[in-house]
Ligand binder design. Structure first.
Ligand code: ZN
Length: 305
């Protein structure tokens, strides 16, 4: 029986595509995280791969003038220009063909050892990706502190959607969504046996060097100490024009808003499992002394450095 898989899939049986998938809810910091990851010598963020390739295939002329986070238009970007040149071949094709194109071009441009970071955000496609034997798939479950997520959701609802309900009520809904969404991400990763690293956005902000050490071990690649800015990022996120307007995203910044707000408190009281979610999903690594009381923290306060 002939092998059903494509020529490139066979070719990559040895040199499998390295793909690190950021699974997170919207507004969890995945874009800035992809850019920060791109400061590492062998890690390059590409943004939402499937969506980007689809746009390049469907509207090549318009997409050519969209922007990449490297500062160039897509048609001049060292990576996306090459995907654009071949995008016609995957017009109307399936997810597997789109990833095959994006990742084969990636290997050609950045070499066999580089990890492509996909921040498509939704967790669902990852189950299908895990069945593609040509991809060495790893995941980061990125989760933001529920209190911070709630306050951000309240502000978004008010400013963009003109929702007039009281903050605590929007907070309850947001808390529920946060718990359901992150539980779902975890169960998809576990059910499909995808190797993953759970990381809190807060841990990233406050313990970046620890995170990179752990990530290096997880990906079996060398990581270096880098500042929490995107200045040196080699990532190529297909961003259209959205992020160019958002200067505040140029650095990994802790969102302090929830410190002085009360919108999250009703959710905290009525849903005590949110705090457990925080412990397991956001502060589980215990990277920083700030979280010295959290379980799993290896730092021993009685022992001086
Ligand atoms: Zn670029």
């Amino acid at each position: 029986m002939p092998h059903p898989r494509s020529r490139s899939a066979q070719h990559n049986a040895v040199n499998r595509y390295k793909l690190l998938y950021i699974a997170s809810l919207p507004h969890s910091g995945s874009t800035v995280s992809s850019l920060i990851l791109g400061q590492q010598p062998t890690i390059i963020g590409l943004g939402g791969i499937d969506r980007a390739v689809t746009i390049l295939a469907d509207e090549p002329e318009k997409a050519a003038h969209d922007f990449c986070s490297c500062g160039n238009m897509v048609q001049k970007c060292e990576y996306w220009s090459q995907v654009l040149a071949k995008a016609d071949s995957v017009k109307g094709a399936g997810q597997r063909q789109r990833y095959d194109l994006a990742l084969s071009v990636f290997q050609g441009v950045f070499g066999l050892d580089a990890w492509a970071v996909d921040s498509s955000k939704h967790a669902e496609p990852i189950a299908e990706l895990s069945r593609f034997s040509e991809i060495d798939l790893r995941a980061l479950h990125l989760c933001r502190d529920y209190r911070s997520a709630i306050v951000s959701s309240v502000d978004l609802k008010r400013t963009r959607k003109n929702v007039a309900r009281p903050g605590w009520m929007i907070g309850l809904e947001a808390g529920l969504r946060w718990h359901r969404g992150n539980s779902k991400i975890r169960s998809i990763l576990l059910q499909n046996q995808i190797p993953f690293l759970g990381i809190g956005y807060e841990e990233l902000c406050l313990g970046l060097p620890h995170f990179f050490q752990k990530l290096g071990a997880f990906l079996k690649t060398q990581t270096i100490e880098v500042p929490a800015t995107i200045a040196g990022s080699r990532s190529h996120l297909f961003i259209g024009n959205a992020m160019r307007r958002q200067k505040q995203k140029e650095a990994l910044m802790y969102d302090y808003r929830w410190f002085s707000r009360t919108d999250w408190m009703a959710a905290s009281l009525l849903m005590p499992w949110l705090a457990k979610g925080n412990r397991d999903w956001v502060y589980g690594n215990g990277f920083s002394r700030v979280f010295g009381h959290e379980s799993g923290n290896k730092w021993n306060p009685s022992k001086p450095d």
